[in-house]
Design a protein around this ligand. Structure first.
Ligand code: IVH
Length: 661
């Protein structure tokens, strides 16, 4: 495989994990595995700047922005911090810090890394004025009304100036479990973990509901107009004195040995703490030194996290069951004797696929080690072979679909085993769920239980049939009140106004995620043109590789898919792109741009779009090959580098002139 293919593969994989994590809230790998994919991609892109593309997952800090709350720009960006996983990496960090500062007079404040949600608080004349989430690090969401309900956050304190405080909102484990019990008793979906529950709570639209959620806060960062302390250690004391909750576990360390002592002490204490932590944060104590170290594009150099390895537990694997996904992929799931691990009781774990079971020789009845990496579904790490019962036999994977009985297909090139019966009820339900999801047709209220109800009362077998349901059929859906019926019909009507990209995504074509759907929509601008495209045409498109092309062709060749599509056409779904076609005068043909800083009227991604629409390229780092650096306010190091290399630096006005407006 050549480098560009590997890069594409990594991007696809990371996008897929992002989708599972952020959209489905069903991550399938842990943070460390995710970080490794990201690191590999970053390294390859650094070696091959010509392959960097502005839509690569490396280009974002990770955003949690939805649309219900007003957006606020952070005065100081909320950068993420780099992760380390071993003593060696911590030692490297210490060595690098010393050499960059050219000093041995360095102290580190070490704190717990609370596994919650970062929140910035603004006070004016000592009164809480606004509370903003991290968002994409540059712009976050204003959740002030919700945050006012958190008791441990002072609404006022004795400081006369304006100041900003940052810290972590979290939920204690016990309160979290109690809340989940109540939710389950009321037939509401339980949250997977305290962190998800915290994130969900901050985004509730009704502050009264937020008040009932057991949210707490630890402050760890401070920016004052006057009398700013000189060190992080003193800043924490100051925060405490102002009346903010500050975590009491901390240490002032002189070297990596002392840091690792603190780390191991905390790792040992971890399971006794009333809240989740996922490591420690190591910060250069002196703010002057911290400033001097500066930041990379993504994170300050004066701070790193040292992440603990996942907590593990032993239990018995009682059974292996199977789940059938939207595209028919059959996934094995371990049924476990319930065991308490990292704050919750675990009775299921993912087993990934057939090869994984065979490789680890996992058998029913085995004692297994399971592990939970912070915020993910637990997984089976290994079998405790010494505890295996004498008469155990290797696990045999099923040959037929557990839901509809169709013989499963093992694709040579794939690890997955699939049920190829498109009418399999398990698939139907999940396809409708995907079709209705927020990123797709956004048919609100159509969650798993309502879909099951609709399928069982009306017998529909595809999502197009949602639009043919009669009033009588809708009236017969059990336990739906008048309001649900009206809302459902309204949501169906509104779905017809979605964009072509969202519509293409909603079809659930394998390997076509939201990003690829956008590319296809902007290339073809009509579903019919996409359906008519041959392999050659598809493979010409950036970002569409042969696997994606194959699966698009397979999807549209399928008779029943074509029927579903014709049905959707009858009901007026968005077959055409309604956005005006981008200008294509190619004034920037073969020109390469680097963007830096905040532009006065455009966002960076708007600027990037208009460069690309005119044949130009946007790359992430300045080199001798860069033609222009488009710089806004507070430009980063790219600006300095461009100056040093004598590259044309233009502002937004000059850029507009080049566009001819
Ligand atoms: S300091 C410039 N300290 O971990 C330093 N972060 O990216 C900024 N976190 O989501 C972060 N506990 O919210 C810092 N004691 C602590 C923390 C902490 C948890 C979170 C933070 C962010 C992530 C680090």
């Amino acid at each position: 495989m050549d480098i560009s293919q590997r890069i594409e593969e990594l991007r696809r994989e990371i996008r897929d994990h992002d989708y599972r994590y952020y959209v489905l809230a069903e991550p399938s790998i842990d943070d460390q595995a995710y970080d490794m994919l990201m690191k590999e991609l970053e390294a390859l892109e650094a070696e091959h700047p010509e392959l960097v593309s502005p839509d690569s997952p490396t280009m974002r800090v990770g955003s949690d922005i939805s649309s219900e709350f007003p957006q606020r720009e952070h005065a100081v960006p909320m950068l993420s911090i780099a992760n380390t996983y071993s003593r060696e990496e911590v030692e490297d960090f210490d060595r690098r810090t010393r050499s960059l500062l050219d000093s041995d007079d360095i102290r580190y404040t070490c704190e717990l890394k609370i596994d919650g949600i970062a929140l910035s608080l603004h006070y004016r004349d000592g009164v809480l004025h606004s509370a903003v989430t991290r968002g994409d690090g540059r712009v976050g969401e204003d959740v002030t009304q919700n945050v006012r309900t958190i008791r441990s956050i002072p609404l006022r304190f004795a400081d006369s100036g304006s100041c900003e405080i940052r810290g972590e909102v979290y939920m204690e484990l016990e309160a979290f479990s109690r809340m989940n019990e109540v939710r389950e008793a009321q037939d509401e979906k339980a949250f997977a973990n305290p962190r998800n529950a915290t994130a969900g709570s901050l985004k509730l639209l009704d502050p009264k509901q937020v008040a009932a959620r057991p949210l707490k806060y630890f402050a760890y960062w401070l920016r004052l107009e006057d009398n700013m302390p000189e060190t992080q250690w003193d800043a924490l004391a100051q925060l405490r004195q102002f009346g903010f909750p500050v975590n009491s576990e901390r240490a002032l360390c002189k070297n990596s040995d002392e840091i690792m002592n603190f780390a191991s002490g905390m790792e040992a204490k971890r399971s006794d703490l009333p809240y989740d932590i996922d490591g420690i944060v190591i910060k250069v104590d002196s703010f002057a030194q911290f400033e001097e170290l500066g930041a990379t594009a993504k994170s300050p150099r004066g701070v790193v996290a040292y992440k603990f390895s996942a907590e593990q537990a032993e239990t018995i694997l009682e059974d292996i069951i199977f789940q059938v996904g939207r595209t028919g992929t059959v996934t094995p799931v371990a049924v476990l004797s319930p065991v308490f691990l990292a704050g919750s009781t675990i009775s299921r774990a993912t087993l990934h696929n057939e090869q994984e079971i065979a490789r680890k020789d996992i058998r029913v009845g085995d004692t297994v080690v399971i592990e939970k990496g912070g915020d993910i579904i637990p997984k089976v790490v290994e079998v405790v072979v010494e505890k295996r019962v004498a008469d155990s036999t290797p696990f045999e994977f099923i040959t037929n679909c557990p839901v509809c009985g169709t013989e499963l297909v093992r694709d040579e090139s794939e690890v997955a085993v699939r049920c190829v019966n498109a009418a399999c009820p398990a698939q139907v339900e999940k396809r409708i769920l995907h079709f209705a999801s927020r990123e797709a047709m956004n048919i609100e209220g159509l969650g798993p239980s309502n879909i099951t109800k609709i399928i069982s009362t009306t017998g529909i077998t595809d999502f197009a049939s949602l639009y043919s349901l009669t009033d009588e059929q809708i009236d017969n859906i059990p336990s739906w009140k008048e309001k649900s019926r009206v809302n459902f019909k309204l949501a169906l009507e509104n779905s017809k106004k979605r964009s072509l990209a969202q519509f293409i995504f909603s079809l659930g074509i394998r390997h076509v995620g939201a990003g690829a759907a956008r590319t296809l929509a902007s290339t073809f601008r009509s579903l019919d043109k996409l359906m008519a495209a041959n392999r050659e045409k598809l493979e010409q498109i950036d970002d569409i590789g042969s696997t994606v092309a194959d699966s698009i062709l397979e999807f549209f060749n399928n008779e029943s898919n074509r029927e579903i599509i014709e049905n959707l056409r009858k009901h007026g779904l968005p077959f055409e792109e309604i956005q005006p076609e981008p200008v294509n005068d190619f004034v920037f043909s073969n020109k390469s741009f680097v963007l830096t800083g905040t532009l006065p009227t455009m966002t960076r991604s708007e600027a990037a779009d208009s460069i690309r629409a005119r044949g130009g390229k946007v790359v992430s780092s300045v080199s001798g090959k860069t033609d222009y650096v488009l710089a806004g306010e507070n430009p980063g190091s790219k600006f300095d580098k461009a100056q040093a290399l004598g590259i044309s630096i233009i502002d937004e006005e000059a850029f507009f002139r080049m566009l001819g407006n």
